[in-house]
Design a protein. Sequence first.
Length: 258
Amino acid sequence: MPTPIGNLADISQRAVSALSEAEVVFCEDTRVTKKLLNLLQIDYSNKTFYSMHSHNENEIISKLDISIFDKNVVYVSDAGMPGISDPGSKLIQFAQQHNITYDVIPGANAVLTAFVASGFEGEFTFFGFLPHKGSDRDKKLKEVINHDKIAILYESPHRIEKLLKELKKEIPDRIVFFAKELTKVHQTFIKDFVKNIELKNTKGEWVVVIDKTQKNDVLTLSYDDILALKLHPKEKAKLLSQISQKSTKEIYNELINL
């Protein structure tokens, strides 16, 4: 079940009821969850807490005794919807594999909140966090900026300036939307051409929404430039078809036979 991403008032009545009735609470950080329960004035003295986060969820799941689900069990992330760049999916899989009845309570989510706030229209793809550094980050960033749909990223305050610098180098004339501290007191929206954006205060969690690749962006790259990109052949074929007389399918077949 979801927890607020900033504003406490965003929690639903269903979520409050579920937390109140829960006998067992799985959560990323017990301290964060207990603080939330205190703010909601929910007594947790008779609840059992288990910390389950990205570093230990496989171990926790492997040791789970199915009998624990004879009790009323909930899972919450520190903020937002579990299972979206947060643990939760493996607990769902465990329930499915053991025919355990479960439910998902909808609620606050930074991805959808930022997408709607951006004003962009069309399909989007959520990429989560980029790798922190090295060739893995470079490769993933190339994939993101050459994607044919609107791309959404999460970024930490420690790397947001690095991301902006990378975007200025790669796509200075693309329109990008930056959202900081969603639903909180210091919520900030910035939408402009990448080359015009400056970040005065980077503190807080960020969501970055990048407008989809336009044909003009592709035309600035040569055929050889696109061939050199570290993209899946299908993505390369889509880009190459825009600057050649060949179809995407024809180019794809040539690429996989190289």
